[in-house]
Design a binder for this molecule. Structure first.
Ligand code: YRO
Length: 308
């Protein structure tokens, strides 16, 4: 089955790539992704300065996924700017994830990457912008302010990484704002924020930062990722690039995101647990699954979830 696709006009050799977050912070890690079957190289969200991130334990595997509060450990945006040529040399699109602590920081970093050879810029809207206020994605005024500042800084496609929404009015409000700006793609969903996993034996949380509060990832969040992809596909139409992420670990998981309307998908927790072989395995499973159903290409099933 032909799994070629494109996001915001950038051609992808297959439906799957890594998600910003796991195993994509250092040049070595990005090199491994470049040499894997992943269709693109996606970097860990970068900040203005390099960061150590939160104290450990800050990541914990769970039976059906993981919880983590990494705290944006990364090499600083200049290091990723410097890496772009060597990443591009591996022959696949490079997606830079940007997560500034203010709109001004994001503006500086987006402007810098607009001058680089990167292919897609994914701005992380789960970043806190104003202390005491919600993350950008959960504050429509901040979303509006950010998009007005970040979308016209160059001709490279800008996309936004969105937190999960749980209320139809929020899907509608976000879609109405996004439609007013030249956002070329959205990536749904980030981890479910501020969840708490308790170990009843130790009678304590399983991660240290934020009193144990952390982003929930993996199988637990697939139904949320699917709902967000489908809602935004229906609200934003077929021209918006939509990348699905959340709980994909098999070909049929990826096919579910296709039915929901995703143009491509990202893999985070499964890549963290299984390593780079997951891309080739899931791609083969997706191809076999679709072939069994008589589909020849992604567009045969994209967005075609049937009503019951
Ligand atoms: C949660 C933030 C630290 C504000 C942004 C970085 C981030 C992190 C992280 O670096 O802790 N983890 C996630 O699951 N999603 C994210 O977007």
């Amino acid at each position: 089955v032909n799994l070629q696709t494109s996001v915001a006009g950038v051609a992808l050799s297959s439906y799957l790539m890594n998600a910003s977050g796991p195993k994509c912070t250092t040049a070595e890690e990005l090199n491994i992704i470049g040499h894997s079957q992943a269709a693109a190289i996606v970097t860990k969200s970068c900040t203005f300065e390099a960061r150590q991130g939160n104290p450990e334990p800050r990541y914990r595997d769970l039976p059906l996924g993981s919880i983590q509060s990494m705290g944006l450990p990364n090499l600083g945006y200049q290091a990723y700017l410097d890496m772009v040529p060597s990443l591009k040399a591996m022959g696949k699109p490079v997606v830079i994830s940007i997560s500034g602590f203010s709109i001004a920081e994001n503006r500086t970093m987006v402007t810098a990457f607009q001058q680089s050879d990167a292919d897609l810029l994914e701005v992380n809207f789960s970043c806190p912008n104003i202390p005491g206020k919600p993350q950008i994605a959960y504050d429509f005024e901040q979303t509006e302010a950010a998009l007005s500042q970040l979308c016209q800084l160059g001709d490279k496609p800008i996309g936004i990484k969105l937190a999960p929404y749980f209320d139809m009015s929020h899907f509608e409000s976000m879609a109405a704002i996004i439609k007013r700006y030249p956002v070329k793609f959205i990536t749904c969903v980030n981890s479910i924020g501020n969840t708490l996993v308790i170990d009843p034996e130790t009678e304590s949380p399983v991660i240290k930062p934020k009193g144990g509060y952390g982003g929930l990832c993996g199988d637990y969040i697939k139904p949320i990722g699917l709902a967000n992809v489908r809602a935004f596909r229906q609200l934003l139409g077929d021209d918006m690039g939509i990348i699905g992420v959340g709980g994909i670990k098999t070909g049929s998981d990826a096919f579910e995101y296709l039915l929901a309307g995703a143009d491509a998908v990202q893999i985070a927790t499964c890549f963290e647990k299984e390593g780079p072989s997951c891309f080739q395995r899931i791609e083969q499973e997706l191809s076999d699954f679709m072939a069994k159903k008589g589909y020849q290409q992604l567009s045969d099933a994209k967005g075609k979830l049937k009503a019951l």
